[in-house]
Design a protein around this ligand. Structure first.
Ligand SMILES: [Zn+2]
Length: 153
């Protein structure tokens, strides 16, 4: 008899096989955004008990985080700033992610602060909100439109 745990493991394997490498890379892209969120919290300045993030907008926001992260020990991995489906390699001053269109410090938790747009061949998009939640959305999703409106390259 097959235990439920083994059955679940088999199901997971079948799903990975069915979805293929592109889905795995989309998951990596979503993981990058999750990691960038952790980094911006980690490298934020604390002023009078308040967390202050860089006020730069668009991709310059992520590059400001990258600059602080490069000086950390161990230094932040530059590949985190690049979508694995972009074919680009990470490095100083390189990011494929869109950043917040306005000063992030003024935005509500529900605002989109990062996204991967125009790179995935199926037009899906990875979306990061200020509250740290990350989702992979299709072009038809309302969150897709919100992300385009609230982030900038
Ligand atoms: Zn991506």
């Amino acid at each position: 008899m097959t235990s439920p745990r083994v059955a679940l493991a088999l199901l997971a394997c079948a799903l990975v096989a069915a979805c293929g490498p592109s889905t795995a890379k989309k998951t990596l892209c979503a993981n990058n955004l999750r990691e960038l969120w952790v980094c911006q919290i980690q490298f934020a300045k604390k002023e009078a008990g308040r967390t202050v993030l860089p006020s730069a907008t668009g991709s310059a926001f992520w590059l400001a985080i990258q600059e602080v992260g490069a000086a950390a020990n161990p230094p932040l991995d530059a590949d985190v700033f690049v979508c694995p489906l972009s074919g680009k390699s990470g490095g100083k001053g390189v990011t494929t992610y869109r950043g917040p269109r306005k000063d992030i410090n003024t935005l509500p938790e529900s605002a989109v602060i990062g996204s991967c747009s125009g790179i995935h061949s199926d037009e899906s998009m990875c979306v990061l909100k200020k509250d740290g939640s990350v989702r992979v959305v299709e072009k038809s999703s309302p969150l897709h439109q919100q992300a385009i409106a609230e982030t900038a390259p």
